[in-house]
Write a protein that binds this ligand. Structure first.
Ligand code: F0G
Length: 353
């Protein structure tokens, strides 16, 4: 546990001088078998990969450790990214660990409060852009062209993809073979690209006997890939994937087509339902974007997909603590109150049964 992906998978990563001390414990995330949702869907082998257990609470850390390690190798200066929140939290953390300045561009008013708190705590310079993520990314990409000034650490940086592919290795190492279906939320589409790269590499090395079908899930209000054209004003409760023009669009299509998978969309209601079920039936508190993968699976089974005998993995990309207001909105009523008196508390408990 906690070796970090550079140590664990160095032979498959493009690292020259081992910058392994950059690890803050990314990778080796739990693969948890479903206790409830799988049963209700009739799937015996449904697993959740808890990427929210990474050091900054999302999968971004796998890619960030490599992108920042490469930046150190080449002597590149400060880190720069645009982000719906998780990339900025991760960049800020690894920037701090590496002793590099980190500048993050975030869409004003549209990043979850926990993610903003992380960027502040890790000491990043935060620039709020009066626009959406796509506007922020366009600016970051332009700035990043000057490599003598910035290392762009968005997933257009190929080292991000290299690091993130290690999650596929972990799945195959743990399951003994690839899963049949991989459900994964899609925003900027770097992660589906990375998983597919990892699955293909491990397959070519003979570590698995087949590759999974890649099932990418977007939010209905931010589903450019499903619609086939960019969305100029993406809207969804899942702020992490509120993206209208994904940078890795074409490689997401390759992942879908080469794997025989699908990219589909789910409504905010479906996302919230899956989010609540994950917390209340599985004990897994994830962020809304992460619940999109589960919502996609539920939708497909209800539509008549017969995958009951298959091994299915949903990628749970981020921790629920990132976005507390969404969790608070599930409260049916305010907390009950009682005087600091044993009898009164007992009576109150008995009243509700
Ligand atoms: N889930 C979470 C929790 C995310 O933060 C993101 C992306 C995704 C899924 C989608 O992954 O972009 O590789 O398709 N967050 C980015 C960010 C955009 O800035 O933190 P993707």
């Amino acid at each position: 546990m906690g070796k970090g992906i550079i140590n664990k998978y160095s032979e498959y990563l493009p690292i020259n001088n081992k910058v392994s001390n950059l690890s803050i414990g990314e990778g080796d995330t739990p693969l948890v078998k479903s206790r409830s949702i799988g049963r209700t869907l009739g799937i015996d082998s449904l697993y959740f990969k808890l990427e929210g257990c990474n050091p900054t609470g999302s999968f971004k850390d796998r890619g960030m450790v490599i992108a920042v390690a490469k930046s150190l190798e080449t002597g590149n200066p400060r880190l720069l990214c645009a982000s719906t929140g998780n990339t900025s939290a991760s960049a800020a953390a690894y920037g701090a660990a590496a002793g590099l300045e980190t500048i993050v561009l975030v869409p004003k008013g549209n990043i979850a409060i926990g993610k903003m708190s992380q960027a502040i705590a890790y000491g990043a310079r935060i620039i709020s852009i009066n626009g959406n993520f796509d506007d922020s990314l366009n600016i970051a990409i332009k700035l990043g062209e000057d490599q003598s000034r910035f290392t762009l650490v968005n997933s257009v940086n190929p080292y991000r993809i290299e690091g993130q592919k290690t999650a596929s290795f972990e799945l195959i190492d743990e399951l003994g073979d690839a899963p049949n279906y991989l459900y994964i939320p899609v925003g900027n589409a770097g992660n589906i690209t990375a998983y597919w790269k990892g699955f293909k590499e491990y397959f070519n090395l003979g570590k698995s006997t087949f590759t999974p079908k890649m099932m990418g899930i977007q939010a209905a209000g931010a589903a450019p890939i499903v619609q086939g054209s960019p969305v100029s004003n993406p809207e969804t409760i899942a702020s992490a994937i509120r993206i209208g023009n994904p940078a890795s669009w074409s490689t997401a299509l390759s992942a879908r087509d080469e794997s025989g998978g699908e990219i589909d969309a789910v409504s905010d209601d479906e996302i919230l339902n899956a989010y609540k079920r994950m917390a209340r039936e599985e004990g897994i508190f994830c962020e809304p974007a992460s619940a999109a993968s589960v919502a996609g699976l539920i939708k497909h089974v209800h539509k008549g997909f017969n995958i009951s005998s298959k091994t299915v993995v949903c990628i749970i990309t981020g921790n629920g603590l990132k976005d507390p207001p969404i969790a608070n909105s599930l409260a049916e009523s305010p907390p009950e109150e009682a005087a600091p008196d044993l009898i009164k508390v007992m009576k109150l408990i008995d009243k509700r049964g």
